[in-house]
Ligand binder design. Structure first.
Ligand SMILES: Cc1ncc(COP(=O)(O)O)c(C=O)c1O
Length: 376
């Protein structure tokens, strides 16, 4: 057996959708992006969405929407992918690293209270592996302190908490469609909000600061502009080349129709894993997986002697991963290190096992069998 860790679930329907874009021969930022943004907003239940080329870009632009004074602080969990904290640095702000909850690996509400001070302007919760942060508690805590909430929803496309889509609880939600995530556009991301005014400037920021994208000008020229001025555009602010393009959107439109089914399949696989691990001594589920309306993109276990276990699985032909080393262990973020005792000890036990919708039942059984033959 040779079982990989992640695998995007893409096929003929996505290819057909790409073919249509090829036939139209408009591959860049264009009508497909607009269509995907609209469908995405409808799907998660928000007012407005802006398609970008990654969640990293989404987080960068989302924070920039508030025009925070440089040097202010943003609270971020210490166990997350680099992009969460990188977006804080991109904006000239200071990351304040908050410890994680020992059960869920989400940002710790107790430590948030400890780390908060008057210079904090925002908090970026991450739904670790898709496990929802108790957003009702977090939002009321943040609102009381006047903090903006940017949800890093990279791990949780299609997930819900208390019947409301993840990514719609905070002021802005940022999604990832990178190839390993719940759904994919190759690379890609989405910025979503209930407040269209907040996102309006970000449409320009994602397109090098230009106030009209090429498709808009093309349409003006082709249809209703009587004069020659449709070439004209203005740039008032610094912008970035962060746009989603029609090729990505054409894949996203198909993936969106499969997202619920893919999330249900991941739930079923996790259900088998959790049942199969029960009673085992050395390997146990890392978090209390709630297998309803969930959006887990990865399956994580806790193992005391992690390195031995990883080697054992490798010999069996089962790929594993580690998500994530606390960010303050990286040289870039080390100067911002603060006390995060849960993260410092618990991350050493984390191991990610194979999870993707096309994982076959016999492969799941083989992964479990391989886990069961492990003894330190
Ligand atoms: C928590 C988190 N935030 C943000 C990102 C960035 O996503 P992207 O790869 O789309 O830039 C990732 C990617 O893995 C992530 O895990």
């Amino acid at each position: 057996m040779d079982i990989r860790l992640f695998k995007p679930s893409v096929g003929d329907e996505e290819l057909e959708s790409i073919r249509q874009v090829f036939n139209k021969a408009w591959l860049g930022l264009g009508p497909k992006v607009g269509e995907f943004e609209k469908k995405w907003s409808e799907y998660i239940g928000c007012a407005e969405s802006v398609g970008v080329n990654s969640c990293t870009a989404a987080l960068h632009l989302a924070l920039s929407a508030f025009k925070f004074t440089k040097g202010k602080k943003v609270l971020v969990p210490v166990v997350t992918f680099a992009a969460t904290a990188m977006a804080v640095l991109y904006n000239g702000l200071i990351p304040v690293f908050v410890d994680v909850d020992e059960t869920t690996f989400g940002i710790s509400m107790e430590d948030l209270e400890r780390k908060y001070d008057q210079d904090c302007v925002a908090v970026i919760p991450v739904h670790f592996m898709g496990h929802p942060i108790p957003m009702d508690q977090l939002i009321s805590w943040a609102k009381l302190r006047g903090l903006k909430v940017i949800e890093d929803t990279a791990h949780s496309a299609g997930g819900q908490y208390k019947g409301k889509s993840l990514g719609t609880w905070g002021d802005i939600g940022c999604f990832s469609f990178e190839e390993k995530k719940c759904m994919t556009t190759g690379d890609g991301g989405m910025i979503s909000s209930q407040d269209p005014e907040l996102l309006r400037p970000l449409r320009h920021s994602r397109w090098v600061g230009i106030n009209k994208d090429t498709w808009e000008r093309y349409e003006e020229n082709a249809s209703y502009h009587a004069d020659a001025n449709s070439w004209y555009y203005e740039i008032s602010d610094v912008g970035y080349k962060y746009n989603m393009n029609d090729l990505m959107a054409s894949i996203g439109l198909i993936q969106l129709t499969k997202l619920d089914a893919m999330n249900r399949r991941r739930e079923a696989i996790i259900g088998k894993y959790v049942a199969g691990l029960s009673g085992g001594i050395y390997v146990r589920p890392a978090i209390p997986y709630h297998l309803q309306d969930s959006s887990y993109w990865a399956f994580v276990v806790r193992v005391k002697e992690r390195e031995q276990f990883i080697l054992h699985m490798k010999k069996k032909g089962v790929a594993t991963g580690v998500h994530y080393m606390p960010l303050t262990m990286h040289p870039l973020f080390a100067p911002y290190a603060a006390e995060t005792p849960n993260a410092d000890t618990l991350w050493r036990e984390l191991v990610t096992l194979p999870l993707f919708p096309d994982l076959k039942d016999e492969e799941i059984a083989y992964v479990l069998e391989s886990v069961h033959t492990y003894a330190p």
